[in-house]
Unconditional design. Structure first.
Length: 78
């Protein structure tokens, strides 16, 4: 089973996005993103939503509830 950090890294790789760009798009601190990527900390729900929007994936995919990364929400990405 993959962790939040694994899914975050995979989604960032698929979007060709670096942590700095994710920080710029979401307003989440670079330190927090680093903590998420190193599996030291998992984000709160509001930050999962921001990350999912920025990466155009579903929040349920990032949380491990779904194996389908596609974002099916009607909300356009940030």
């Amino acid at each position: 089973m993959s962790t939040f950090a694994d899914r975050l890294r995979a989604s960032m790789r698929a979007a060709n996005m670096k942590a700095v760009k994710l920080h710029e798009l979401t307003g989440i601190s670079k330190a927090s993103i680093s903590e998420y990527l190193s599996s030291n900390y998992e984000p709160k729900q509001r930050n999962i939503f921001k990350i999912a929007q920025a990466l155009d994936v579903s929040p349920s995919y990032l949380m491990g509830v779904s194996d389908a990364p596609q974002n099916t929400s009607a909300t356009p990405p940030i």
